[in-house]
Design a protein around this ligand. Sequence first.
Ligand code: BV8
Length: 249
Amino acid sequence: MSTSVTVDDRLIQTLRESASTVFLTGAGVSAESGIPTFRDAMTGLWSRYRPEELATPDGFERDPELVWRWYEWRRGIVSETDPNPGHHALRRMQHGLTTSLLITQNVDGLHQRAGSEQLIELHGNLFRNLCSRDMHPVMTEEWVPGNPPRCPRCDSLVRPGVVWFGEMLPPDAIESARQAAMSCDVFFSIGTSAQVYPAAQLAEIALGNGATVVEVNPEPTTLTRYADFVLSSPSGAALPEIARRLGPN
Ligand code: BV8
């Protein structure tokens, strides 16, 4: 699908002059890799559940096997996918900019697979597993098999290493993200419906600090009216065009 994207010269100039650029990504940046966005992840088999029912401590307590199988299903989907041109363009842009930080709400690990390094995973990672009692990592080769498996040390259920609704985000992750949003010159909101807090607060912090806000999303969101630049295109088309205009790196 060729989507011609027009990138304002002023955005390129602003980016070149930016001493600190923050990229916040959501499920939309992985959509072109074939990973359903969070809102439409509930297709078919899972359509009778709401994410907020499964991605919660209560949901896991109520039916650990159902929740475990949902995460195994998602891991299967992600394992079959690859980073898309949007992920690779973000890596290239990070190499070409003075200082940049990539903050993601996604748990699919595709930014790392695309080679991005300055990265904060606000909501954890699908491929990490924890003991549900004391939250230490449990490796697949050490757990006691089951659906869900059990911790080899205390026999508690193993859970996915993601942040569920109603759970605190890792304090260092959200604090670093807030600091970056407070001091950046340019803040990108890419592929996110900007509905989930506290991640959605980062754009508000950036606006408050007077940063130039750029939204990349084929659909309007609650942020669109406040953004200085809005690219109403898929990130897999918009980000490579911005990277191309910024020049080789
Ligand atoms: C917290 C990991 C407090 C798990 C996720 C009641 C009780 C408790 C809390 C709350 C409550 N009411 C509200 C809250 C706060 C709650 C919240 O914000 N709820 C929302 C629903 C209103 N937040 C929390 O619970 C957070 N914790 O508040 O703790 C606390 C305080 C003290 C003590 C204890 C607790 C935790 C939030 C993290 C939840 N975990 N993920 C998992 O993945 O299974 S959130 C999950 O959903 C994702 O990580 C992501 O963050 C979010 C989905 O958002 P998006 O990424 O934006 O995806 P979405 O599908 O919505 O949108 C995709 C966008 O892409 C669209 O706009 C679309 O147009 C666009 N798009 C599509 N294609 C493309 C594209 N864009 C570009 N290119 C394309 N090709």
